[in-house]
Design a protein around this ligand. Structure first.
Ligand SMILES: Cc1cc2nc3c(=O)[nH]c(=O)nc-3n(C[C@H](O)[C@H](O)[C@H](O)COP(=O)(O)OP(=O)(O)OC[C@H]3O[C@@H](n4cnc5c(N)ncnc54)[C@H](O)[C@@H]3O)c2cc1C
Length: 390
């Protein structure tokens, strides 16, 4: 390929990345879910794919991006699963080793690595895509009036992707709501309370708790960097609950938080307490759990001789209880890199070679992403149905 350009919509200008900055993710108004605050995420299945794309010392550097770098997860660690009503341990999530990463620190690490070899353009908001008549080039247009032309554009512009809309049309590009909703909470507490929330028998990093009444609780450490000052640690927690997809939740944020507190009264500790103690001015985000299945025939898109494609949440936004969205985004990167390496030949390639490679990527990604979208929804349904949980 002639050159590689990474387009990022970002509030801050380029330069040294500071801890306090918004992560490179979610600044775009269309992607406001989870974006006021920086959620953490677990990743496990994509670890080999990510390491294959990164320098040799990546595995060591990633340890510093854990939500609590002083309490790294071990190979034997598993996510415990507890009965939200009684606290009884009912199982554990079967997976390989997992890490719990902070979005901002992980994003910063990736940015540092990318900045070594890429021409990164910041604060760009894509509005349109144009294809040259000779089948060789693609041009991205941005809200500030600028444009950029290349041989291939990979759109990873998130759940409410503008490019997905351009490719399949506004109606077909819409994410489908599921019958579940939640309010994500990001909170700080006094030293005494924080130590309680992480004390035995509670897991120091995660609590995952389906409740027999049909709701689902999550509590995890979000930022435990300052080991000597627990009062500075942050927690991320939510209770998801059934809310029919066609019901519009018109409550204020305060009302939505009050509902979380109400649901939490039925939970055991630490859920009951962390919601009871949640300050009303905490960062909150409400949303229905949503998805878009790229394998549905009506969701297929014309990739214009391999000049445009989708990756990550733009291609397969999914519900998050099973925690696989990032894993698939990274797998997409790996699959794409393999295909691009196969034809790029320092920019000397034919449109047919590119079209074949991108078709191969999409033929692998669409069924894989689609399957995970469906599995994630099935998992979300099961997590709110006690008979299925047990
Ligand atoms: C509560 C919650 C918990 C989760 N937990 C996990 C987990 O444990 N494990 C896991 O694997 N996944 C998890 N996920 C999913 C994971 O966060 C996403 O799958 C992942 O962030 C997708 O990355 P992405 O780069 O495709 O999209 P995003 O992270 O959404 O990034 C999209 C980027 O595109 C930019 N953008 C949008 N529109 C435009 C435009 N028009 N022009 C230019 N830029 C634009 C945005 O500003 C943003 O920077 C979770 C999600 C949530 C909500």
């Amino acid at each position: 390929m002639d050159r590689s350009v990474l387009i990022l919509h970002r509030q801050s200008s380029p330069g040294p990345l500071r801890e306090s900055e918004r992560p490179p993710g979610p600044a775009h108004p269309a992607n406001q879910c989870r974006h006021g605050e920086k959620i953490g995420f677990a990743y496990s299945s994509s670890l080999p794919a990510l390491e294959a794309l990164m320098p040799d010392d990546f595995a060591a550097r990633i340890q510093g991006t854990q939500v609590d770098p002083k309490t790294p997860t071990s190979d034997a660690d598993r996510l415990p699963f507890i009965n939200g009503q009684t606290g009884e341990r009912i199982g554990e999530i079967k997976s390989s080793k997992f890490d719990r990463l902070r979005r901002d620190k992980f994003g910063k690490l990736l940015m540092e690595l990318l900045m070594e070899g890429l021409d990164i353009k910041w604060e760009k908001s894509l509005t349109d895509i144009i294809y040259s008549a000779d089948e060789t080039k693609v041009t991205a247009r941005f809200a500030d009036g600028t444009k950029d032309t290349g041989s291939l554009s990979v759109a990873s512009d998130g759940t409410h992707s503008t490019v997905r809309e351009l490719l399949v049309g506004a109606e077909k590009a819409k994410v489908t709501p599921t019958d579940f909703a939640t309010t994500l909470c990001f909170t700080k507490h006094s030293r005494e309370r924080v130590l309680f929330l992480r004390s035995t028998p509670f897991h120091p990093l995660y609590q995952v708790a389906p409740h027999p009444h049909g709701s689902f609780g999550w509590l995890s450490l979000h930022d435990g960097d300052d080991v000597d000052h627990p009062e500075k640690w942050k927690f991320f927690h939510y209770i998801s609950y059934p809310e029919p997809r066609n019901v519009e939740n018109n409550k204020s944020m305060a009302g939505r938080l009050a509902y979380q507190k109400e649901l939490a009264k039925e939970f055991c500790d630490p859920f009951r307490s962390v919601f009871e103690w949640t300050p009303t001015d905490s960062p909150l985000w409400y949303g229905k759990l949503r998805q878009w299945d790229p394998s549905e025939p009506e969701h297929s898109w014309e990739n214009h001789d391999g000049r445009i494609t989708l990756a990550g949440d733009a291609a397969h936004p999914m519900t998050f209880q099973i925690g696989q969205g990032l894993n698939h985004a990274l797998k997409d990167s790996y699959e794409l890199c393999k295909r691009i390496e196969g034809f790029s030949n320092s920019g000397r390639f034919s449109s047919e070679q590119r079209a074949t490679a991108i078709a191969a990527y999409e033929n692998e990604m669409r069924p894989r992403g689609g399957e995970e979208v469906r599995l994630s929804e099935a998992n979300s349904i099961a997590m709110h149905d006690w008979e299925k949980v047990m």
